[in-house]
Design a binder for this molecule. Structure first.
Ligand SMILES: CC(=O)SCCNC(=O)CCNC(=O)[C@H](O)C(C)(C)COP(=O)(O)OP(=O)(O)OC[C@H]1O[C@@H](n2cnc3c(N)ncnc32)[C@H](O)[C@@H]1OP(=O)(O)O
Ligand SMILES: O=C([O-])CC(=O)C(=O)O
Length: 374
């Protein structure tokens, strides 16, 4: 029997391995990457520093960062065969499926030859994922073949320029930077665990990331930022949002962007992205979506003691930056690829194939009935 008292269902509360990369909810709400507190990273760091930290184990020096960013810039181009694949994916495809296919195709074209060179494959994915999603999006929606080899200084600016065909404002670039930092790593969440299980078979890094993208796609995980947007977009005012939410709670609907498997008091990423969402609302002159979001947060806490997770205020923040809702979760991929791949390397460094057991609940042993007698 799965022991629910021990948190057995969904493996909740069970330690499934070790990591030196991240702590989640150690004091009910905290989050650290390699020992650094998320608030400090979001306040002071560039996403590229965090990406370097996760792949190399330490923050870069100034010259290391310059070199690393130059390397990422040089890796933004798409091979022709990958462009052809992207051009053949329909406009109404789910962008997470585009990411999954794009990553998988990259693995065909640039197969990881040797585990000791994993960082080259990782840097390539960090650099090229914005190119993959934007190339497909702009080709299928606007009919243009964009040049993805831009000179932008950051991953966030690269993404926004490809999407909007112009350099982002300093504020938008800053919010993208913070967002990418917040989403980069989160211990043994479902998609990272997927990547580690795949890595434990000694599979290649593109297979690990392709599987992880599939896990992140679901609305109980990364897909919640899009689902939250769909919900708040339907509300016309804070009061109407409250009425609608009360009805949803009465019907026992799941409210996307709330709750967490590990945090019990709050998600430390929420207070950070909420602040930026508020700034963006002022910048774009919003007087509906942000107040609606705040009211949802108040109602959910008052009624259910459920708090916003990282996804909830990301929805309004991304919307204010003119990002189409269906591209929200691919941004999560552009960031989390750094965490996934750090875990792949960690798994490989101390590997045993991950293979738990199951309690059998099926029929007793019985003999085979020939098909003519069934
Ligand atoms: C970046 C991320 O991936 S963050 C997570 C993004 N996902 C979402 O926002 C989806 C909405 N949230 C959820 O579905 C859940 O809170 C999860 C999947 C994140 C965590 O699931 P669990 O660990 O099973 O949640 P937990 O054990 O805390 O649930 C306790 C109770 O609160 C309820 N609950 C939890 N979250 C919600 C919610 N968002 N809306 C309504 N009820 C909820 C559960 O149904 C459960 O009720 P029950 O005891 O009557 O069954
Ligand atoms: O940790 C989790 O279960 C989900 C989450 O917040 C994340 O992956 O960022």
């Amino acid at each position: 029997m799965v022991d629910k008292a021990l948190g057995g269902a969904g493996l909740r509360g069970q330690v499934a391995g070790e990591t030196a990369l991240c702590t989640v909810g150690k004091s009910g709400s905290g989050l650290t990457y390699c020992g650094y507190d998320i608030s400090e990273l979001a306040d002071k760091a560039q996403f590229e520093e965090v990406s370097f930290l996760l792949s190399r184990g330490e923050l870069p020096t100034e010259s290391e960062l310059t070199e690393y960013k130059a390397k990422l810039k040089s890796l933004r181009g798409l091979p022709d065969a990958l462009k052809t694949v992207l051009e053949n994916i329909p406009k109404d495809a789910h962008p997470m499926d585009v990411m999954r296919t794009g990553c998988s195709m990259l693995g065909n074209l640039e197969m990881e030859q040797d585990f000791s060179e994993a960082n080259d494959a990782i840097d390539r994915m960090v650099a090229v994922f914005p190119s993959i999603i934007c190339y497909w999006y702009r080709f299928s929606h606007d009919g243009v073949r964009i040049d993805t080899e831009t000179d932008d200084d950051s991953v966030g600016a690269h993404f926004l320029r490809l999407l909007h065909d112009e350099a982002p404002s300093a504020l938008f670039e800053q919010v993208m930077n913070v967002s990418l930092i917040l989403y980069a790593e989160h211990e043994f969440n479902a998609s990272t665990f997927t990547a580690r299980v795949c890595a434990s078979t000694l599979s290649d890094i593109h297979s690990c990331v392709t599987g992880a993208i599939g896990s992140l796609r679901g609305p109980l995980h990364g897909g919640a930022n899009e689902a939250a947007m769909d919900m708040i977009e339907g509300f016309t005012s804070a009061d109407q949002a409250e009425d609608a939410l009360m009805g949803m709670l009465e019907r026992k609907d799941k409210i996307m962007g709330f709750g967490h498997a590990i945090y019990r008091e709050s998600d430390p990423r929420n207070v950070i992205i909420k602040k930026w969402s508020e700034k963006l609302a002022a910048e774009v002159g919003d007087d509906v979506l942000y107040p609606v979001s705040v009211r949802c947060e108040e109602v959910m806490w008052r009624e259910k003691k459920l708090f916003c997770n990282a996804d909830f205020f990301h929805a309004s923040a991304y919307h204010f930056m003119g990002i189409p809702t269906k591209l929200f979760t691919p941004i999560f991929v552009m960031s989390r690829v750094t965490g996934w791949t750090a875990h792949v390397k960690e798994q490989r460094a101390n590997n045993r194939i991950i293979r738990p057991s199951a309690d059998y609940t099926g029929p007793e042993a019985r003999s085979y009935t020939p098909i003519s007698e069934r």
